[in-house]
Design a protein around this ligand. Sequence first.
Ligand SMILES: Cc1cc2nc3c(=O)[nH]c(=O)nc-3n(C[C@H](O)[C@H](O)[C@H](O)COP(=O)(O)OP(=O)(O)OC[C@H]3O[C@@H](n4cnc5c(N)ncnc54)[C@H](O)[C@@H]3O)c2cc1C
Length: 414
Amino acid sequence: MHTVVIGGGVIGLTSAYHLARAGETVTVIDQRDTGQGASDVNAGWVVPAESAPVPGPGVVLQSLKWMTRPDSPLYIKPSLKPDFISFMLGMFRASNAKSQRAGFAAHLALAEDSVHLFDDYRADGINYELHHQGLLMAFTDKELMHHHLGYVDLTKRYGLSPESLVGDAVREHEPLLNDSVEGGLYFPKELHLDPGGFAAAMRAKLVDLGVDVVEHAAIDAAQINDGRILSVSSGNRVFAGDRFLLAAGAWSGELSRIFGANLPIRSGKGYCVEVAPFGLRGATNLHDAKVATTPLSDRFRLAGTMEFGGLDEKINQVRVDAILRAPGQYFRDWEPPAKAEIKPRAGMRPMSPDGLAIIGRLPRLSNGFVSTGHGMLGVTLAPATARVVTDLIRDGHESPLLAPFSPARFRGGR
Ligand SMILES: Cc1cc2nc3c(=O)[nH]c(=O)nc-3n(C[C@H](O)[C@H](O)[C@H](O)COP(=O)(O)OP(=O)(O)OC[C@H]3O[C@@H](n4cnc5c(N)ncnc54)[C@H](O)[C@@H]3O)c2cc1C
């Protein structure tokens, strides 16, 4: 059988890999080169421990306060469009402790597989930079640290065994931290990788496996007959197949309409900048500043900011400057680089109102599937998602892990 995957980001590429490994004929189609945008500029963290959904207690209030600050880490561009209002209402409804905890548990259960699968990929000859150095969450605000300690029971249940590092213990763990850091939580099993390198290596493997990787073809229509997708097309180029997977990241909301759905996906733009290596022991979350730091073999990556807005990858220099200032609050000896040396890049996270991915069958179509809305966790969840999606597409097997992610929880997915 032949599956056509629309979107060559980390979700589409890993899905194509698992499908091809399971014996499926696969075509991956992207509107530009594969592995760009969010799949390239992300922090490269594989961090089930950080997988609490974005909506949580106080998030809406905090974001309203931040809307007036041009350098804030979270920004929501107001709009009176019905889709925007309905998205925000959904986010507001999910912004409570009970929903956040349930979503966190759903992510932890789904992500359990991911950590091992990243090793399996390397063992299968997918050659990319992968580090097993854990993740440190560093806090300058004790209250925020206590909020996270409230989730330790959950992370322990999924075998993540966090270490709590209060006061100087956090500096013994990471000597580059300064005295304003009050403490940290260290998760030894988390990984980090080079995102662009991973996407490129995965693409090369797909080609080796005989997957047809079609680039610079923006899908703009679907040919459907009697509840069955026959083909999708880009202008006059037609791609026929037996099954179709929509994995177009932040574009998936708009694109879902060609399949008769209306999935509530909005873009959450973020930025990354890279500087010379900084000598950190491992990936470190500058929690209060909401900046992710990632030591790679030949550079140091900083990533952050969540701007809910339109579909664009324009750079807002004020927010980039805020990302570059953040390490100064946490590290000794941090020298922000000269502006001329910095080449910021942007990418759009596919965000859903309740902060959970949308994975499952497209409504009213016997051979249409979707995997999107992975928000801040697309890298973390990609391998595990790809595995369950492959079972769903090939055998119709709907893993119980997928229940919280069903498209049918939204009106536009029914
Ligand atoms: C700053 C930042 C930091 C992040 N850090 C992390 C992290 O550390 N860990 C983590 O787990 N996640 C992280 N994320 C989130 C992660 O990057 C995303 O969740 C992930 O990239 C989403 O992957 P995707 O394949 O769904 O979407 P994308 O990567 O956006 O891929 C979708 C693809 O679909 C293509 N497409 C769109 N429309 C069409 C069309 N009409 N026809 C054909 N192709 C189309 C696009 O060109 C694109 O290549 C971060 C994101 C950002 C922005």
